[in-house]
Design a protein around this ligand. Structure first.
Ligand code: HSE
Length: 433
């Protein structure tokens, strides 16, 4: 690095990469004034050199010409996926380059080795864009809230599924056509199954939980259930009860952990019923929001655009300026912290409330038989409603707080009852309702 030039390489020139390059060039003088020196794009790695691109920068398809170039100070990785991104980032860090990435899947799987390498080489590894796009949430967790104890995070961190659920709820649109529209609008991943089955949100949940609880959390620690089973009847029932269904990424300190030394956390992604009055219920379409509860700060909500080239580029550039400031002043930012090392509970130990819909025979004794199964597994019922009659009767049962393993055992036994035609759905419930 020359005294006031930071040499940057960008890996990937897709939606986000192209926007990062455009903004680095268009806002050059503002960014230089804020960073304390010029941010210069040295090279951009692309797969196909034949594609015509408008940016006036040097494109290359040779990653080694970047990774082995000692003049390059900062690598911005925007390729996505595990390989070759992991190898390239390791090479960059090993040779003393700082890295900014938006790669949630990679960090959720291999964060530990990458953070350790960044520490060893005394360089920055920043990733604000990996969770909830433009919304500043990782830096607040890492820095602003580091003097507090975060107790719970509930996030809408996938725009595609939030868009689908919003359309199903507000216009009665069916799942497939809402998904198709989300794809046309460009929120969905190339393979939308990562959105629909919750895997995209699970990677983000792992990253959020790791920062909030100072504990290493990987995607494999996250219980994950997507939205494919949510039906129009679930949506109608939720609306009738003053509730709304959101795909939430939830990370919380176990409510039963009294002793700090034996605290555990649970990290899960699943469709969740919340009150229509909860702040997260007002997060519509492809917007994201992260609701945070901390011991002293209380409740906070971070809201904004969670996907798309421009919003994601905003978060990337924030990290780029932060890294540049450190490089120009000769330091690095706060390191990743995993000192707390909380135990991560299996989902079977988690506690929440549930709404269960059962198709049943409408005759005397049915309610008693159903209630008996709940009693058997010590799951306490809060309310029971019946919709329909005769052969079309449906019971909707809301429980009090119950342990997941007890609830699963109850559901298994309910399904075996002769008076229960079908367990139509089981959806978890969060917050005051
Ligand atoms: N497919 C993601 C979403 C993009 O729908 O939110 C951002 O990770």
């Amino acid at each position: 690095m020359s005294a006031n030039n930071l040499q940057i390489a960008v890996l990937g020139a897709g939606n986000v990469g192209a926007e990062v390059i455009r903004l680095l060039q268009q806002n050059h003088s503002d960014l230089a004034a804020r960073a304390g020196g010029n941010l210069v794009i040295s090279k951009v790695l692309v797969r196909d050199l034949k594609i015509k691109r408008s940016a006036k920068v040097e494109f290359t398809n040779d990653a080694n010409s970047i990774l082995n170039d000692p003049k390059i100070d900062l690598v911005i990785e925007l390729m996505g996926g595990i390989e070759p991104a992991r190898t390239y980032i390791k090479q960059a860090l090993s040779s003393g380059k700082s890295v900014v990435t938006a790669n949630k899947a990679l960090l959720a799987k291999h964060g530990a080795e990458l953070f350790a390498l960044a520490d060893e080489k005394n360089v920055d590894l920043y990733y604000e864009a990996a969770v909830a796009g433009a919304i500043p949430i990782l830096r607040p967790l890492r820095e602003s809230l580091v003097g507090d104890h975060v107790t719970k995070i509930m996030g809408i961190v996938n725009g595609t599924t939030n868009y689908i659920l919003t359309k199903m709820s507000e216009t009665g649109e069916d799942f497939q056509s809402a998904l198709h529209r989300a794809q046309e609008l460009g929120f969905a991943e190339a393979d939308p199954s990562a959105d629909i089955d919750g895997k995209d949100a699970a990677a983000k949940a792992a990253i959020l939980a790791g920062l909030a609880f100072h504990t290493r959390v990987t995607d494999e620690d996250v219980y994950c259930e997507g939205i494919a089973k949510i039906s129009d009847v679930d949506i109608k029932v939720a609306n009738a009860l003053g509730l709304t269904i959101k795909l939430l990424a939830i990370a919380q300190v176990n409510a039963n952990s009294k002793n700090l030394n034996h605290k555990s956390i649970c990290v899960r992604v699943h469709p969740t019923l919340i009150s229509q009055k909860h702040p997260l219920a007002s997060v519509r379409e492809a917007y994201n929001a992260v609701f945070v509860e901390a011991e002293s700060a209380g409740q906070m909500m971070f809201y904004g655009k969670g996907a798309g080239g421009q919003p994601t580029a905003s978060a990337v550039l924030g990290d780029v300026v932060a890294v540049a400031r450190h490089r120009f002043s000769g330091g690095i930012g706060p390191k990743e912290s995993d000192y707390a090392d909380f135990k991560i509970e299996p989902i079977s130990e988690s506690q929440t409330r549930y709404l269960i819909r059962l198709n049943v025979a409408d005759k005397p004794g049915v309610l008693a038989a159903v209630a008996q199964e709940f009693n058997k597994h010590q799951v306490s019922i809060q309310t029971v409603r019946q919709y329909g009659a005769g052969t079309n009767a449906e019971l909707t049962i809301m429980t009090h707080l119950a342990k997941e393993s007890d609830l699963s055992a109850t559901v298994k036994d309910l399904a075996k009852l002769s008076v229960v035609d079908d367990v139509a759905s089981v959806i978890r419930v969060e917050g005051e309702i």
